[in-house]
Design a protein around this ligand. Structure first.
Ligand code: EPZ
Length: 430
């Protein structure tokens, strides 16, 4: 895997235009399987997770391509409903193909997505809901075989507002006979985005953004050209980076109200946050007072996907900050790495207690997952001296050209590509 060499201490200055949200585009790609007509998704970022999702739907027989800006998909010839584990294992979001595949083909064979560095990531909410819609599901080790020939609408109550399960069931039910309701549905903006695309394709869905979503089954969906919402986690990551390094950065093509939970934490602190409809300007001299107690929770509360980043920032605040991770059971992999850079963090079960230090010191650290990687980069940009961040390929999953973006804002960051030595055998075999 590649690494970053970062010489910390530079302030960040400049403007960044955001692209479409990874966590929305991944669901919208799945929705394209529901029609035989073209679906175009505009202004999408060049991310590993998006590339892998497109590979999966190509393996099903669809035609998907990305021209560096827009994604073009036509799933007319899709027919393979046996989704390969090799590809599925590359990203958890592959499981959010189950709903649309069942809606279109009435059958599917998928693998249980494994757990990952942040938790067990079960899919019981997805499967219980599909069973309530009449899908016959057999589980054989980590294989899930589904028969949706008798699927019809029904009333579902989620035990937890799972984002992926909400998206899966919206798509499973979109052409089912009758009406489906999802109570305790996820309210994330990415769910709203999916409702907007599906309705543009001819679906009849209401309520996304609230806890109650209703889906009236329709006969058929048609194609659409759609511009997904900007990436709220990329926006929040940039805002937190400026707060950690100091400087003044403007983020354009964003939705400020998607991260009001972050702005709430910054009220009456030593920074200024100005925003308009699709723009944020963040100014800071790089030192904040301790933040109020932070709890990650489903939208509209503070997002778990910004927790590693704000943990890195909290270590630089005067005083002590407490952060409780309520969404995933083990999302503190970044703590050990931040401690190598001088952070003083005590983790007790789901709560991290972070005592402020003056500045990080350069060190060699390793990204354990996507958002952990972003947090380590933020710390390294602040650190006195040189840091090495290993395994930055994780960051490519969710941030487009992260090092170029930061370099453009004045950061001293270089990517060192690990020479991918071919095995001797391959060299001799060629
Ligand atoms: C989505 O994952 C995002 N990924 C995650 O972002 C994000 O952290 C998460 O939502 C929460 O906001 C994508 O959209 C691709 P969940 P998802 O189902 O849908 C439990 C990133 O960094 N749960 O809302 O998998 C689960 O274990 C990624 O971009 C069950 O118990 O999240 C977790 O504790 C990381 N049973 C909680 O719910 C289920 O059947 C939230 O999971 C499903 C989930």
């Amino acid at each position: 895997m590649d690494k970053y060499i970062i010489h910390g201490g530079n302030k960040l200055k400049g403007t960044v235009a955001l692209k479409a949200a990874k966590n929305s585009v991944l669901a919208l790609i799945a929705a394209s399987v529901l029609t035989e007509e073209d679906v175009v998704l505009k202004n999408c970022p060049d991310l590993v997770d998006i590339a892998n999702k497109l590979k999966i739907i190509n393996s099903m027989g669809a035609k998907a391509l990305y021209n560096g800006k827009d994604i073009f998909i036509n799933a007319k010839n899709a027919s393979n409903t046996d989704i390969s584990n090799t590809l599925a294992k590359t990203l958890r979001s592959s499981f959010v193909l189950l709903g649309p595949v069942l809606a279109r083909f009435k059958r599917a064979k998928v693998y249980l997505p494994g757990g990952c560095d942040i938790g067990a990531r079960p899919v019981d909410i997805h499967l219980d809901a599909l069973r309530k819609l009449g899908v016959r599901i057999t589980e054989n080790k980590n294989r899930i075989i589904c028969d949706a020939s008798a699927m019809k609408g029904g009333d579902i109550v989620f035990k937890y507002p799972s984002v992926g399960a909400t998206q899966n069931i919206m798509m499973a039910a979109v052409c089912a006979d009758g009406k489906t309701t999802i109570s305790n549905a996820a309210k994330e903006p990415e769910v709203n985005d999916l409702q907007n695309l599906l309705n543009m394709m001819g679906a009849k869905i209401e309520g996304a953004g609230t806890s109650l979503i209703s889906i009236e089954g329709v006969r058929k969906l048609h194609g659409a050209i759609y511009k997904p919402i900007p990436d709220r986690i990329a926006a929040g990551t940039l805002v937190i980076a400026v707060l950690a390094c100091g400087g003044e950065v403007t983020v354009t093509n964003c939705c400020p109200y998607h991260i009001f939970s972050l702005f709430e934490l910054l009220k009456n602190n030593y920074c200024s946050v100005d925003y308009g409809d699709d723009i944020i300007t963040i100014k800071s001299d790089g030192r904040l007072a301790a933040l109020p107690d932070i709890f990650t929770d489903p939208y509209p509360y503070f997002p778990t996907d910004l927790q590693p980043q704000i943990t890195a920032l909290s270590a630089l605040c005067y005083g002590t900050t407490r952060i409780t991770e309520k969404v995933f059971e083990k999302r503190f992999n970044h703590v050990k790495e931040l401690e190598k850079m001088g952070a003083q963090i005590y983790v007790n079960d789901k709560t991290a207690i972070i005592r402020g230090i003056d500045e990080y010191k350069g060190a060699e650290v390793t990204a354990r997952d996507l958002r952990c990687g972003a947090a380590l980069v933020i710390a390294a940009l602040n650190a006195k001296g040189i840091s090495i961040v290993n395994d930055v390929d994780y960051i490519d999953r969710g941030y487009e050209n992260f090092e170029e973006t930061l370099k453009g804002l004045g950061a001293d960051i270089t990517r060192v590509r690990e020479c991918r030595r071919k095995s001797l055998k391959k060299i001799f075999d060629k």
